[in-house]
Design a protein around this ligand. Structure first.
Ligand SMILES: Nc1ncnc2c1ncn2[C@@H]1O[C@H](COP(=O)(O)OP(=O)(O)OP(=O)(O)O)[C@@H](O)[C@H]1O
Length: 260
């Protein structure tokens, strides 16, 4: 049975299943303009959710609100039941949310290995562990992540010499090494070749084994390849939501987004 949903799309508390992320009645105003307007949506554990919508629909602002970069005017964002709207950006990272922006923020003059190594969370390994033990733990984790992001043969290469797609993967790796429970990616395949897009889809399908992912994306082929569910935003609200097949045939979506 589906849980009861009121007219604003909010699921009643008593019946709400255990979502990883529950965004409810979220609003942010910039000088009176509501970029996100009474928005509600729910993300499951191990789900890939894709957010699509026309330019200015509020997609990036939603990610900014979840990661604490922008503060909500009203509404709630609960992550495993923990309210995020009053938390600082760094506390939200510690709570287990990683965010990748559109332009890669990797260190060009460091190697792939070093970029991953410096992203390993400080104080993560056993408290009081001997330095060499920690070093080995970090090294093993760097190798593991490098393999996942198709860069195991590039560990000693300086990041500036990587292709555009490899730089994007490295940045995803720098987030993965922190083992977030929710990963948010803003147009991860923009500027990638067809084969890089395919590998990125492979990567995302692999890493949801123990986390959820929210992706903002315009490339509908890529969306088809990865989305468990699609949320279409328009003027800061949900225009349509569901499986790709449902959404792409929704006349409202065709009218404001896909038909253009
Ligand atoms: N800090 C801000 N101050 C004022 N207006 C803002 C601010 N941030 C976003 N906006 C406005 O909010 C609206 C939504 O912007 P947002 O970047 O979230 O859209 P988007 O769906 O990500 O669009 P795009 O696909 O073009 O990236 C836009 O009209 C934008 O100009």
């Amino acid at each position: 049975m589906n849980p009861p949903i009121n007219s604003a799309g909010v699921i009643s508390d008593q019946m709400a299943p255990d979502f990883l992320l529950a965004v409810e009645a979220l609003t942010v105003s910039f000088d009176g303009f509501k970029a996100v307007n009474d928005l509600s949506f729910y993300v499951d554990e191990r789900e890939i959710r894709v957010i699509v919508g026309p330019n200015g629909a509020g997609k990036t602002t939603v990610l900014d609100l979840i990661c604490g970069k922008t503060k909500a005017t009203s509404g709630s964002i609960k992550f495993r039941g923990q309210e995020l709207t009053r938390m600082s950006e760094s506390k939200i990272v510690q709570a287990g949310i990683g965010r990748k922006f559109q332009t890669p923020s990797i260190y060009d003059d460091l190697t792939v290995f070093e970029n991953l190594e410096i992203s390993y969370p400080k104080g993560r390994s056993v408290f009081g562990a001997l330095a060499f033990k920690r070093d080995a733990t970090v090294r093993d984790r760097v190798f593991e992540v490098a393999e996942m992001i198709f860069l195991e043969n590039k560990l000693n290469e300086r990041a500036e010499f990587l292709s555009h797609g490899q730089k994007q993967w490295l940045e995803i790796g720098m987030l993965l090494i922190q083992d977030p429970d929710l990963l948010m990616l803003d147009e991860p395949v923009a500027g990638m070749s067809v084969s890089e897009r395919k590998k990125t889809a492979e990567l995302l399908n692999k890493i949801i084994a123990n986390r959820s992912i929210i992706v903002i994306e315009h490339d509908m082929k890529f969306v088809e390849d990865i989305a468990h569910k699609v949320t279409v935003l328009h003027q800061g609200k949900v225009l349509s939501e569901g499986k790709m097949d449902h959404v792409k045939h929704d006349p409202k979506v065709v009218e404001v987004y896909l038909g253009h």
